[in-house]
Design a protein around this ligand. Structure first.
Ligand code: AMP
Length: 281
């Protein structure tokens, strides 16, 4: 595995792969790697000649009161994990490398972002698209891999890639979970022992709702989820809990088309998200 930190070195490696007509699978991450990330790497391996992973905690997607500074980082462990899982290039740029100058033109997400993370994390998706635009140009992947756990991100990135004709395919990988159902997340390390014990209720409640959703009205589906989660009360608040058509994030109108139930729960230090997509996707 090659570790690359500089733009020119990455571009040279990509040029050489392209010259050999090797296909590139790209896995963008913020590091503190877990099995969720590794599922993306595995999928990338199966469908491409080489796998490029980036680890970059992108400051522009964090709000001023969010956890950019305290986001968990462990470069040494990540390097071992990436290598063990067969990553070919691990790109770990500094903030100065990715943002050497203030931007001449900015990217502003305007569709699929008026709800959920788009509504509660101001500017978050602008930052996500900004860094992905840069990374897609650098890595020139044939396929880029994203987790369903961040389903709104998937929808926004798919729209962005289509709008600007990025010549790549977005591949979506199902959410990898702990044995008790909790979605794997770098932020799970922030949970206290008690919170960790109770957090699987999030997924359990969504699963149950998935089975009951047909024939129910939206309000009662959401009320049932809330009631189940309220039985475990170590969380601070439910930041959002809602249902939309997927991937448009428009209000639910057609129960025959894909619907997402999405939730965000704030614990003392961890902000956890999860979702279920019902019918397709
Ligand atoms: P992050 O490092 O949290 O920004 O995540 C990098 C990529 O891994 C994103 O596409 C996430 O959706 C994906 N990912 C994170 N957690 C999981 C998980 N538990 N299962 C599948 N994909 C995941």
């Amino acid at each position: 595995m090659k570790i690359i930190r500089e733009i020119e070195a990455l571009q040279a490696a990509v040029r050489s792969y392209k010259k050999q007509q090797q296909t590139i699978g790209f896995v963008p991450t913020m590091g503190f790697l877990h099995e969720g990330h590794m599922a993306l790497v595995k999928a990338a391996h199966m469908e491409n000649d080489v796998v490029v992973m980036s680890i970059f905690v992108n400051p522009t997607q964090f709000g001023p009161n969010e956890d950019f500074e305290s986001y968990p980082r462990d470069e040494a462990r990540d390097t071992v994990r990436a290598e063990q899982n067969g990553v070919d290039i691990l790109f770990m740029p500094s903030v100065e490398t990715m943002y050497p100058e203030s931007l001449t033109a900015t990217i502003h997400a305007q569709k699929r972002v008026s709800v959920l993370d788009g509504a509660t994390r101001e500017g978050h998706f602008d930052g996500v698209l900004t860094v992905l635009g840069k990374l897609f140009h650098l890595v020139q992947p044939d396929n880029a891999y994203f987790g369903q756990k961040d389903a709104q991100q998937v929808a926004v990135v798919q729209g962005f890639v289509a709008d600007y004709f990025f010549p790549l395919k977005i591949c979506v990988v199902p959410t990898v979970r702990e044995q008790d159902g909790l979605a794997k997340s770098s932020r799970n390390v922030y949970l206290t022992e008690q919170e960790r014990k109770e957090a699987p209720v999030i997924h359990a409640a969504l699963r149950k709702a998935r089975e009951e959703v047909k024939g129910q009205d939206k309000a009662s589906v959401l009320a049932n989820i809330r009631a189940a989660i309220d039985q475990k009360n170590s969380y601070e608040k439910i930041v959002y809990l809602d249902m939309y058509q997927y991937p448009s994030f428009e209000p639910v109108e057609d129960w025959e088309k894909p619907i997402i139930i999405a939730i965000c729960v704030q614990y003392s230090k961890a902000r956890l998200i999860d979702n279920e997509i019902i019918g397709g996707a």
